[in-house]
Design a protein around this ligand. Structure first.
Ligand SMILES: [Zn+2]
Length: 263
């Protein structure tokens, strides 16, 4: 049982009624175990174990792609992330390898080679974007590849709707990181984490508000409509809202704290 499962189980209130205990397969929406579902989970587990070895070429499991293709976001976002996972984005590092660029250094921090991993979640400003977004993502452990990072995030959710809601936001944020980076490279517009967060949130909400989504069989109500209300809201005028995170190293007496204030 994963640590997130343990937390979720411990958070469940104990029933005061006389309902009989039942065994539930939480990877299925109806809670029923099926061999197909069990096989997919086992396959996913094995690939996650393999990913612990940095030399292994990690492939995103089919069930993760299936979830991503079914998200209510524009196809261009899905293709963008597919290219991220297959290292086919025109970053400085990839252009340099193909002798289409004289240098591979990140055009924003000028400190490291601009790989896709660095672009998406390694550069200081992108980390600020992820943390400042309402996903509040931090990077305590080093990300070895975008594919593994996506799969680890996928595995951290046991509820399908929550997972889809999370990833639909994540795809928008990543897309706008890429757009902001391109605006700097091609139009010399400085990157601004707050502006990137705003654009990603705005576009996500606009897309969700346009009506039924064909990806879900054209249902009349959007499947994420209930949870899409749980968005970050700005504080009232004259006030600040603080999002914070604390990290402590194992066996260390030191700690780090990061706080982001927004009006
Ligand atoms: Zn950088």
């Amino acid at each position: 049982m994963s640590s997130s499962d343990v937390r979720n189980v411990c958070a469940l209130p104990i029933s005061s009624g006389t309902i009989e205990d039942a065994i539930i397969w939480h990877h299925d929406p109806k809670g029923l175990y099926q061999v197909k579902s069990g096989y997919q989970e086992e396959k996913m587990f094995q690939q996650t174990q393999l990913s612990a070895s940095p030399s292994t070429s990690f492939q995103v499991p089919d069930q993760v792609w299936k979830m991503l293709w079914g998200l209510p976001v524009p196809p261009k976002l899905k293709h963008f992330w597919w290219r991220c996972c297959h290292n086919s984005l025109a970053t400085k590092q990839n252009l340099f390898r193909r002798k289409s660029s004289r240098e591979d250094v990140c055009p924003i921090c000028l400190a490291e080679s601009e790989s896709i991993k660095h672009l998406i979640c390694g550069c200081a400003w992108t980390k600020a974007v992820w943390f400042g977004s309402d996903l509040s993502l931090t990077f305590k452990d080093e990300v070895t590849s975008i594919s593994r990072w996506m799969c680890n995030l996928y595995s951290s959710f046991s509820h399908t709707k929550e997972r889809m809601y999370f990833f639909s936001k994540l795809l928008w944020v990543g897309w706008h990181i890429w757009k902001s980076r391109n605006a700097l490279v091609f139009h010399r517009l400085p990157v601004d984490p707050q502006s990137t967060i705003y654009q990603a949130t705005r576009d996500n909400l606009e897309f969700l508000s346009v009506g039924p989504c064909h990806s879900f069989g054209g249902s009349l109500t959007h499947p994420l409509a209930e949870v899409s209300k749980e968005v970050w809201t700005a504080p009232s005028s004259g006030c600040f809202k603080a999002n914070c995170d604390v990290a402590m190293g194992k066996g260390s007496t030191t700690a780090s704290i990061a706080v982001l204030f927004r009006n």
